[in-house]
Design a protein around this ligand. Structure first.
Ligand SMILES: N[C@@H](CCC(=O)N[C@@H](CS)C(=O)NCC(=O)O)C(=O)O
Length: 268
């Protein structure tokens, strides 16, 4: 008897959308369980003991086995359902390149999500009167550095980040960019400086599963930008952990105020 997979996620979360799109693209059935990360439900000891000690989503529960971390979820499902080889690579070299990308993205493009998080959600979490300049600068810095590597390396000679066919690496990268796109985080001038990234993003956005999985994010963030939605957060913590400018998310201390020519240079 097979148990139905449970997928614990939130549609605002980039890693959650990546693994979700993988399931949709591959026709994998799952029970959809939204974890309200605007509350502290995922920070309770019970949640951590039951699902994930980090308190983060996405989480996949397959009977008595639980997997967290979006790429690990993708790989688990890929093997379990013997998905087409392009998703995680057919050859040693293809697999290696995809591994390289997902390791790279986790430390760079993913943390560039801070540019989005500290612009769109942080005011609801910490208060609209707070100054997130330092956090945004950190986010933009790593985001712009990552865009340059995407443009000049990952997409240099190919349509997808690891080859001529779509792979899980594209899903991971794409959903970071969906948040930036929905939140109008990247100025047009910067998109224009990265024509390969722009073309790849548009190519990925055309996939029917991309539209379905991103819809919530575009609607919610569009409403926030239009001033029609205020998200109630009943907790005070960085949801996108690792993007804080200061340990402990302490907004009581002033930002360093260092001159940062890099951001100005990319946006010029
Ligand atoms: N490395 C994890 C990151 C997951 C992650 O950042 N999840 C965020 C949402 S985008 C989360 O659950 N935040 C809630 C919290 O930290 O309390 C992955 O790739 O799956």
């Amino acid at each position: 008897m097979s148990t139905k997979l449970r997928y614990l996620h939130h549609p605002a979360s980039q890693p959650c959308r990546s693994a979700r799109q993988f399931m949709v693209e591959n026709g994998i059935e799952f029970e959809d369980e939204v974890v309200d990360i605007t509350t502290n439900i995922n920070e309770t000891q019970e949640f951590r003991d039951t699902y994930n000690p980090t308190g983060q989503v996405p989480i996949l529960v397959d009977g008595d086995f639980t997997v967290w971390e979006n790429v690990a979820i993708g790989r688990y499902l890929n093997e379990k359902f013997e998905c087409p080889g392009h998703w995680f690579g057919r050859t040693l070299r293809e697999r290696s390149l995809i591994n390289q990308y997902v390791q790279w993205y986790a430390y760079t493009l993913r943390l560039g999500g801070g540019a989005f998080h500290w612009t769109i959600f942080a005011p609801f979490i910490y208060g609209e009167d707070k100054d997130f300049t330092a956090e945004r600068r950190k986010g933009y810095h790593v985001l712009y550095e990552s865009l340059a590597v995407m443009e000049d390396y990952w997409l240099k000679d190919r349509d997808y980040v690891c080859g001529d066919e779509v792979s899980y690496a594209d899903l991971a990268g794409f959903h970071e960019m969906v948040s930036h796109h929905a939140g109008k985080i990247i100025p047009d001038k910067v998109w224009d400086k990265h024509p390969r990234v722009t073309a790849w993003f548009e190519r990925m956005a055309e996939r029917p599963a991309s539209k379905a999985v991103s819809e919530w994010q575009y609607n919610a963030v569009g409403a926030i930008l239009a001033g029609e939605l205020k998200v109630e957060f009943s907790r005070r913590t960085a949801v996108l952990k690792g993007t804080e400018a200061y340990g402990g998310h302490n907004h009581g201390i002033p930002h360093l105020g260092e001159a940062d020519d890099y951001i100005a240079q990319v946006e010029s």
